[in-house]
Ligand binder design. Sequence first.
Ligand code: SF4
Ligand code: SF4
Length: 270
Amino acid sequence: MTGPEPVPGDARPSLAVWKFASCDGCQLTLLDCEEELLALAGAVRIAHFTEMSRASIAGPYDVSLVEGSITTEEDARRIREVRESSRTLVTIGACATAGGIQGLRNFAASGEYARAVYAHPEYLASLDTSTPVEQHVHVDLALHGCPIDRGQLLEVVTALLAGRRPVLPGHSVCEQCKARGTVCLLVAGGTPCLGPVTRAGCGALCPAVDRGCFGCFGPADTANTEALARRLISDGLATDALVRLFRTFNAGAPAFEKEGRAHEPRHPAS
Ligand code: SF4
Ligand code: SF4
């Protein structure tokens, strides 16, 4: 990595932002912190953030934010370099924490999606799987969501600057529905909703506009997916729809992956 040298005497902690297989939505959440961005830029030295600037200062870095999943050999090599150059590594978003939407390839025959989408899939050099960063290197902290929540991101950065543990929710979206007074879609209307097993963070955005939660913040700390699946099936949800519900943005998160696999159709042995 090349670029301008840090200003001598600049004691601010350095922050680097890295992109792997992702849509950039989580990095944009950082740029969306419009009111706080100037204060943040004053408190940290933004050393590497290609979404924002071509300038890049060589590591080591105090904090690295990592967006995206590992989908190529090159990614697997590069994430080890990022780890080695970072004192604290924070994964941001469903791609980095659970493999993301691209993790759906983990449930298909190798190359099936590539053949469906590309005229010449033979030119692609990607792995058969999309895996979360923590399957490759040690992760100090994970921020969930697709995309992540702006408030949670600021909480993590300010907590790290202050040398304390960030306060992040482990409870479910259901509690946020109750807090904002949203009538339960599942109980009142039988709408399939992953709110009971999904980590809070969005403020129960979808139920507030009459849409069931599809789990973009990934599993809550104590997600009883088995009980929810039983309830959804007894409400009439077909098993293929149930599997799809668990396989969206966080298909590779262990609790959702396990529940999805439990309801896959069993093929007779050939
Ligand atoms: S988690 Fe969602 S918003 Fe963030 S990079 Fe991945 S696809 Fe984009
Ligand atoms: S309600 Fe569920 S799907 Fe909607 S934003 Fe929140 S976590 Fe994501």
